[in-house]
Design a protein. Structure first.
Lengths: 211, 124
């Protein structure tokens, strides 16, 4: 990893906290949709090369994952991803539709729609929280649903081999069904540098607070 | 009047820095005790008398609600705020049941000052 994009402990702390606020807002929306509390874990952050990201996600070889990708543009740009094991995705759709008796074949049909909507809520909250707190404007494209092995999903998202992938790991769980997911941000190196500059400005603002 | 002793518990250092800066401006006489988790908070307040506390909810180990219960046993008159990004209605209800103020993140000067200067105590 290039030295100049290494993040300090304070950088990581600030990024986790900004995304934590976004995830909190997202969980609130999700909770209203499923009409139950969404438990959130303590988030953690890792900055990985593409190759290490594949290793990181490949806990189970050939594990299939479902992903929702949303591209964003602004002073820094990249792709935000929501990733979760595919075997859990139908559970999530069931939770969303709990008052409805939905036959299994229709549930599968609804899966893509429902997960894209969940991705839209979670990713927009994270992107929005980053933009608001850093006083920047980020615009995002429509979310895209992708499914496949980790390699296939990352191939669909990461064009260049030297991109950095910022993984925010945050588990969310419903009362009866554990659904663990990741939120990941894929930033090209120039975008990562701009992002780091924005975090620096935010931190400088905090250190010189004079109310 | 005895100066306030304010406990700030958050696993985010940035959040603690921000809260401390706001308190330092609003109440320069106050003593601020910072802790990054519940265990540290309990250890650091063994010999202190806490008048005000802001507690994060999602922290490694003990969460903010469990910590609030422990602190209220020791400091039943303390004014405690649950300061969290987890803004779900169920979380607000749990905070209210314990008699805690609910302060949604992001942290702003206005929210912290409203909490610190709030005269009325929540019924417990």
């Amino acid at each position: 990893m290039d030295e100049h994009i290494r993040l300090s402990e304070l950088h990581c702390d600030a990024i986790v906290e900004l995304l934590n606020i976004g995830m909190g807002q997202a969980a609130n929306s999700l909770s209203e949709m499923v009409r139950e509390e969404v438990k959130l874990s303590v988030p953690s952050l890792e900055l990985l090369s593409r190759q290490n990201a594949i290793k990181h996600l490949n806990g189970h070889p050939d594990r299939r994952i479902a992903a929702v990708k949303q591209h964003f543009e602004g002073p820094f740009w990249g792709d935000a991803l929501l990733l979760f094991p595919q075997e859990k995705s139908l559970e999530l759709v069931r939770a969303l539709m709990k008052d409805e008796e939905v036959p299994l074949d229709m549930l599968t049909e609804l899966e893509q729609d429902a997960l894209t909507e969940i991705g839209n809520i979670i990713l927009n909250s994270c992107i929005g929280s980053l933009a608001d707190i850093l006083s920047q404007q980020l615009s995002s494209d429509l979310p895209i649903f992708i499914t496949g092995s980790v390699n296939e999903v990352l191939d669909a998202c990461v064009a260049q081999g030297d991109d950095m992938i910022m993984f925010l790991r945050m588990d969310f769980a419903l009362h009866t069904k554990d659904i663990d997911g990741y939120v990941a941000f894929i930033l090209e190196i120039p975008a990562m540098e701009k992002f780091k500059t924005n975090i620096d400005l935010y931190l400088q603002g905090l250190q010189h607070i004079q109310f | 009047m005895t100066p306030n002793t304010i406990l700030v518990v958050d696993d985010s250092r940035v959040s603690r820095m921000l809260i401390r800066a706001i308190i330092a401006h609003a109440d320069p006489q106050a003593t601020v005790i910072e802790a990054q988790d519940g265990k540290e908070a309990l250890a650091k307040t063994e010999k202190a008398t806490i008048s005000i506390a802001t507690l994060d909810l999602n922290m490694p180990g003990m969460d903010g609600l469990v910590l609030a219960k422990e602190l209220l046993q020791r400091f039943p008159n303390a004014k405690i705020g649950l300061l969290t990004a987890n803004i779900q209605e169920m979380v607000r209800q749990k905070a209210s049941e314990l008699g805690l103020f609910f302060i949604p993140k992001p942290i702003t000067e206005e929210k912290i000052l409203n909490f610190i200067h709030h005269e009325e105590k929540i019924k417990r």
